[in-house]
Design a protein around this ligand. Sequence first.
Ligand code: SP5
Ligand code: ZN
Length: 352
Amino acid sequence: MNHEIPVYFSNSTFLHKPQVEVHRGDEVMHPDQVGRAESILSALRAHGFDCISVSGQPHGDLLSAVHAPEYLAFLSEASHAIARRPSLDPQIDGGVAAIYPSTFAFTDNRRPRQLEGTIGRYAIDTYTPVMASTYVAARGSVLTAVRGAEHIIAEGGVVYALTRPPGHHAMRDRMGGYCYLNNAAIAAQYFIGHGVLRVSIFDPDLHHGNGIQEYAWHRPDVQYISIHGDPSYCYPFYTGYADEEGEGLGVGTVINYPLRKGTGERTYHRVVRQAVSKIQEFGPDVLIVTAGFDTHKDDPLGTFRLSTGYYRTLAHELDKLDLPTLVVQEGGYNVRSLGFNVVSFLSGFSMK
Ligand code: SP5
Ligand code: ZN
């Protein structure tokens, strides 16, 4: 077991308690439970990993390099407004005051004054509520990833950042898919700002990382490679098709591998090998892995059939690239297996 991979996390993850999501018109238990962070931390601690809690806040310039100022202001103001007036939306509550969109912006030339109207301009779905602690917790996640990136700038190696809420669905000016701020894109931006010339982001979460794709779309210096459930059946439905490959100077820096329902380890691993050779061709100085474990066979949102042991094989394949590697946590909703999946994955890296 490799004990040399430092683990970063923020205690603000324990303040983030979405109660319900609105799925197909029903309120159902929110999959991004606090227990996810507890599962990961307790498994890592049991295996002797050094878990370092971060505090403070990420620099505002880092956030605004990836996100629109109006969107950041919305997250901040909405979180504060709910804290002041917890009964803002008594309809959908579950003990923790939260707001959800009921309408989505259908024109850009009006700015609603009510939060109830505004939220629909900054959201892509009904899965991602805003609560009093949303802005604090989302920035805690960003800081966790950025501290990991700092560590890599200083010492190289492999670092794990326990980012919850996750980030890969968060867009320049929209939240979605349980994500508010794009942790991995902001970490990539941090690397680029600190002398790194090229960054590859490899995204094996079950879902296509539409937010990272948007960030990488026009960029020649950031490669985004995702393996995910085919958007013809899988969230987020609108992006992740194989013909999406970036534009302008960024043509070819986006690579998507949509896979069918029920994909197992043999097919998956063949695609991983293709992805790794694309990373080699790009020749990055740093690798970011947005590690989601909702590809596990027992995941409640899952449609793939990967085993806990397979994540070690996956990491071993990435380890062959011999790159400084920042692992950023994304999805994975089976609280029983999640911690073991993370430990298995990290065990596949040998230290450099
Ligand atoms: C980061 C990440 O993995 N986000 C995934 C968001 C996908 N959410 C859409 C699917 C919601 C389905 N919830 C139904 C649960 C009933 N078992
Ligand atoms: Zn996911």
